[in-house]
Write a protein that binds this ligand. Structure first.
Ligand code: PNS
Length: 158
């Protein structure tokens, strides 16, 4: 059974993430969506809220699990006996940072492999930050995030 971990901040999950989760779940036996608990960032949603939204929007994908982690991704992966990392690439601008992270993760544990998936063109401009910015000023986000996420954003910014 090949288990892949899809790590990220997911503050909040967008259709771009969901596209990667769905496609990853088509390829791997199990996908663990792992929310990073990062004390140095000040997120809009708590880790619990982010996990709750992720669980809601992935409830129909049977081989997806939602979890959280802190510290190094490779340590979390050892804990889960997983060796595959899934990452989405939106544009060339993502490449440099992702290359750096993938190289560092392999240096830390050479049994870990990172698999990149090209984000669907429809979502290549999409990020959690941009969604938050649009939502904050009352712009339409219904094509960017699932309904539950939109509702949660509206509540935060009400
Ligand atoms: O959604 P994000 O914020 O782009 O995700 C970044 C994430 C969570 C994948 C990355 O910050 C991460 O893996 N953090 C864990 C710390 C770690 O393992 N760092 C060493 C590898 S660079």
């Amino acid at each position: 059974m090949i288990v892949a971990v899809y790590p990220g901040s997911f503050d909040p999950v967008t259709y771009g993430h969901l596209d990667i989760i769905q496609r990853g779940a088509n390829v791997f036996d199990k996908v663990i969506v792992a929310v990073l608990e990062n004390p140095s960032k000040s997120p809009l949603f708590t880790v619990q809220e982010r996990m709750q939204l992720l669980r809601k929007v992935t409830e129909e994908i049977a081989n997806v699990e939602v979890d959280s982690f802190s510290g190094l991704l490779v340590d979390y992966m050892r804990l889960k006996s997983a060796r595959s990392i899934i990452k989405g690439l939106r544009a060339v601008s993502d490449f440099e940072y992702e290359l750096q992270m993938a190289s560092m993760n392999r240096k830390l544990n050479d049994e870990v492999e990172t698999f990149f998936m090209m984000t669907n063109n429809k979502y290549s401009f999409l990020s959690s930050s941009i969604v938050k910015e649009v939502a904050k000023y009352g712009g339409a986000i219904n094509e960017l995030v699932p309904y539950e996420v939109g509702a949660a954003l509206q509540k935060k910014y009400a």
